[in-house]
Design a binder for this molecule. Sequence first.
Ligand SMILES: [Cu+2]
Length: 108
Amino acid sequence: MKTTTKLTAGLMLAFAGPFLAFAQQQSLTGVVTDSMCGAAHMAKDKTPAECTQMCVKDGMKYALAAEKKVYILEGREAELAKLAGQKVTAKGTLKGDTLSVQEVTASK
Ligand SMILES: [Cu+2]
């Protein structure tokens, strides 16, 4: 009887395992911009930082212009505001093209 109980418990653990996997963490490096301008800002008389601030004020979202792609950034807006136009590394969970930011740090 004891052997059967142990076997059942073992099987249950084996099945529960995959469901305990965490959402995938991503770490992306790029320049903080806004969802309208992306990698190239339209306002040529402004710095990338100023343009990003202006666009976000107009209702755009912060975005990260990585090597080939622009990702929308969600969360940590206060920190992103300070890092606008700068190269950063953003960590968080990626869903489609949107990164839910958990941590953002200036990168060199
Ligand atoms: Cu802009």
